[in-house]
Design a protein around this ligand. Structure first.
Ligand code: F6R
Length: 606
C-alpha cells in the first residue's frame, strides 16, 4: 500500500526520493509524487502510474530543485487514482506539503469545517485536510502547527511534511514510520527497504511521536512536543537482500531463498539440542494456565496458522482455533487470560490483524506474535515476539514469509509439548534432528521440480482449479490455491477432500483441473478414492506426493514429487513446488508476477 520517503541533506533531494520510491514499489500503488523545498518555495511533481513516469516527467528529478523533500506512492482509498489525488498535497498558501499513509477517519468533518473557513479543496483525498489544517494553525511556528494539526486527526496516519522554508517533519499514529540516521543527511520512510541503501541505523517512531529532521540531526518529540531519547537500532540485512540478484522476479528469488531462510529462523533457536526462544518463556504455572490457543492472521499468514493448528493440537493436545483477523475483531470474541493468542504477520502492519490483537489483548489474552519485520506495530504491541528471519520479502505473494512462519509454529509446538511434559526425549530429539534436516529437504523440493515450468506450460490453460487434500495436506491446499489465484488470476480454491461430495463435486467436469495433495499418509487411501471420483467426472488430476510413492503414478495424470520429511513437517516441503507451479503458470499467462493487480504487499487499511 502507500509508501512514504523523506530526505534532508545538502545534495539535491529529488533523485534520492525517486530512488526511495522505487524501492517501495513492491508494496503496490497507483500514483507517485514528490515535493521538494528550496528554502523559499515548494516544488512538486506528481503523476498517475508508476515511479518510472514520475522519473520521466522530472528528468530523474533534475527539474525539481531543493535539498529537503518528501515522496509518496499512493494506493487509492479516497478518490480515484489520478494526478490530482496523488500525493503530496499542498496548502493553499504553498507553505506546507504533505504525504500520508493510512486513513483519516474524521476527514469529512474536517473538510466541512475548513471549507466553511474558506479553504478550497482540489482533491478527493482525506489527506488534503492535513495541508489546510497546517496552514490554519500556522502562526509563525511550524512545529506548533504540526502538533496542532495532528491533534485534530483521528484514524491511522504517518505523515511526511515539508515547509517551504526548509523544515521537515515526520509524524506517526498507527502507521509505520522509520527514521534513518545518515552522515550529513537524514531520512525517513514507511519501510526500511528505502533506507538501507543509505544507512542501517534507524529509529522506530512510536504512535503519537513526531520528529524533525535536519541534515545534521533528528529530534524526536512526544505528543506534547517534548524532545525524547529514542534507541537507535541496526537493520539486520543488506541492500542486496532487497534486490533481484539476477533473478527475473523477486518471487522466484524468494522461493529459492527458502532453505537459507528456514535455517536462519530455526538454527539460532536450537541450543545444545534444545529449542529456546529469545522472547518467549513462560513459567510452568503460566503454561498450565493456557486452556486454548487462538491463532489470528490474514491471508497466507492465516494459512500458516492452519498448518500450525494441526501440529500444535497433535503434539500439545491444546485446542487451537484459527481465526480470520477481519472477523475476530468484530465478533465479540470469547477470549480471556487463559487464552494464548498467536498473531502471525509477515509485515507486522496488517490493519485487521492489529485490530484483532488489540481486541483480544484488552480481553486479557497473552499475545505471542510471529512477525518478520523488526520494530513493526504488531511486534511492539505483543507481549512476546518470535521473529521469522526471512529477510525482506518484496514480491507481493508471500513465499519465504509463509514457510518461516510454519517453521516457527512447528518449533513452538515442540517447545510447548516438551514444557507440558507431553513428549518423550527420543521423540523430542528426533523432531529437533528433523528440523535441522529441513533446509536440505527444502533444497531437494526445489531440485526435484526443476522442470515444473513444462508442467505449468501445459496446465496454464485451465480456468478452474480445485485443490483437495486431507489433514495437513488440506492446510497446504489453502496456501497452494491462494498462490495460484493471486498471481495467475485463475480461479483456484481449496477444499477438504472429504467435503467434495457435499456439494463442490457438482462443479467438477471435463475441463477442470484437480490438484490433489497426497502426502498425508494415514489418509492416503482415502485421498486416492477422491482422485478416482474426480477422474470419473472427467477432471484432469495433478497430484503432489512423497518421493518414492509409486502407487500414485497409476492414479494421477501428473505427479509432483517432494522429499520425505518428518511427516509433521511435510507442508514446508510441499508448498515449494506449488509456489513454483503458480509462478510458472503466471509467467505463461503473462501476468505481473511481483505486483499482481489489485493487491498490495502490506494491507494497512481495513
Ligand atoms: C498472500 C499474501 C497475503 C498476506 C496477508 C497478511 O501471498 O501475502 O495473503 O499473507 O495479507 O499479510 P501479513 O503477513 O503481512 O500480515
Amino acid at each position: 500500500m502507500c509508501g512514504i520517503v523523506g530526505f534532508s541533506g545538502t545534495r539535491e533531494a529529488a533523485a534520492v526520493l525517486i530512488d526511495g520510491l522505487r524501492r517501495l514499489e513492491y508494496r503496490g500503488y497507483d500514483s507517485a509524487g514528490i515535493a521538494v523545498a528550496d528554502g523559499s518555495a515548494i516544488n512538486m511533481a506528481k503523476v498517475k502510474g508508476y515511479v518510472k513516469n514520475l522519473s520521466e516527467l522530472t528528468h530523474d528529478g533534475a527539474d525539481i530543485r531543493g535539498q529537503i523533500g518528501v515522496g509518496h506512492t499512493r494506493w487509492a482509498t479516497h478518490g480515484a487514482p489520478n494526478d490530482v489525488n496523488a500525493h503530496p498535497h499542498i496548502s493553499s498558501d504553498g507553505r506546507f506539503a504533505v504525504v500520508h499513509n493510512g486513513i483519516i477517519e474524521n476527514y469529512a468533518l474536517l473538510r466541512q469545517e475548513l471549507t466553511k473557513k474558506g479553504y478550497a479543496f482540489v482533491s478527493d483525498t482525506d489527506t488534503e485536510v492535513v495541508a489546510h489544517l497546517l496552514e490554519m494553525y500556522y502562526d509563525g511556528d511550524e512545529k506548533k502547527a504540526v502538533m496542532k494539526a495532528a491533534a485534530r486527526l483521528e484514524g491511522s496516519y504517518s505523515l511526511g511534511i515539508i515547509c517551504a522554508g526548509g523544515r521537515l517533519f515526520a509524524v506517526r499514529e498507527q502507521s509505520p514510520l522509520i527514521l534513518g540516521l545518515g552522515v550529513g543527511e537524514n531520512y525517513f520512510a514507511s519501510d526500511v527497504a528505502a533506507l538501507v541503501p543509505h544507512t542501517k541505523n534507524v529509529i522506530y517512531l512510536d504512535d503519537g511521536e513526531f520528529a524533525e529532521l535536519t541534515p545534521e540531526a533528528i529530534t524526536v518529540y512526544d505528543v506534547r512536543g517534548r524532545a525524547i531519547d529514542k534507541p537507535v537500532s541496526k537493520v539486520a540485512w543488506d541492500v542486496e537482500a532487497a534486490e533481484k540478484g539476477g533473478y527475473e522476479h523477486f518471487m522466484l528469488k524468494e522461493i529459492m531463498e527458502q532453505p537459507a531462510c528456514f535455517k536462519a529462523t530455526v538454527e539460532p533457536r536450537i541450543k545444545n539440542g534444545r529449542i529456546e526462544f529469545e522472547n518467549f518463556d513462560l513459567s510452568d504455572q503460566e503454561l498450565r494456565g493456557i486452556r486454548r490457543i487462538v491463532v489470528t492472521a490474514c491471508g497466507s499468514a492465516g494459512y500458516a496458522g492452519q498448518v500450525g493448528r494441526y501440529v500444535i493440537e497433535e503434539l500439545c493436545r491444546i485446542p487451537v482455533s484459527v481465526e480470520l483477523a477481519s472477523e475476530l475483531r468484530y465478533r465479540n470474541p470469547i477470549i480471556d487470560s487463559h487464552t494464548l493468542l498467536v498473531v502471525i504477520s509477515q509485515s507486522g502492519e496488517t490493519a485487521d490483524t492489529i485490530a484483532a490483537l488489540r481486541e483480544c489483548k484488552a480481553r486479557g489474552a497473552r499475545v505471542l506474535a510471529i512477525v518478520n519485520v523488526v520494530g513493526s506495530t504488531i511486534a511492539k504491541l505483543a507481549d512476546h515476539v518470535i521473529y521469522t528471519w526471512a529477510g525482506p520479502e518484496i514480491a507481493v505473494a508471500t513465499t519465504k514469509g509463509y514457510t518461516t512462519q510454519v517453521a516457527v509454529l512447528d518449533m513452538l509446538a515442540i517447545y510447548l509439548a516438551d514444557r507440558l511434559g507431553l513428549m518423550e526425549k527420543e521423540r523430542y530429539d528426533a523432531l529437533v534432528d528433523a528440523l535441522h534436516a529441513m533446509p536440505g529437504k527444502l533444497q531437494r523440493a526445489i531440485d526435484l521440480n526443476r522442470n515444473i515450468h513444462k508442467l505449468a506450460k501445459r496446465l496454464c490453460k485451465y480456468n478452474d482449479i480445485y485443490f483437495i487434500g486431507r489433514n495437513l495436506d488440506y492446510a497446504v491446499c489453502m496456501e497452494g490455491a491462494l498462490k495460484l489465484k493471486e498471481i495467475s488470476y485463475i480461479f483456484a480454491e481449496a477444499y477438504a477432500a472429504g467435503e467434495l461430495k457435499h456439494g463442490t463435486i457438482a462443479l467438477v467436469e471435463q475441463g477442470s483441473l484437480v490438484v490433489s495433495l497426497a502426502c498425508y499418509e494415514p489418509l492416503f487411501d482415502k485421498t486416492m478414492s477422491n482422485i478416482e471420483e474426480v477422474k470419473a467426472r472427467g477432471a484432469e488430476v495433478l497430484a503432489v506426493a512423497l518421493e518414492g510413492n509409486r502407487k500414485i503414478l497409476s492414479k494421477a495424470d501428473d505427479v509432483i514429487f517432494v522429499p520425505r520429511t518428518e511427516p509433521l513437517f511435510n507442508p514446508i516441503a510441499q508448498i515449494v513446488p506449488l509456489q513454483l507451479f503458480a509462478y510458472y503458470v503466471a509467467k505463461e499467462r503473462g501476468c505481473d508476477i511481483d505486483k499482481p493487480k489489485n493487491l498490495a504487499k502490506s494491507v494497512t487499511v481495513e
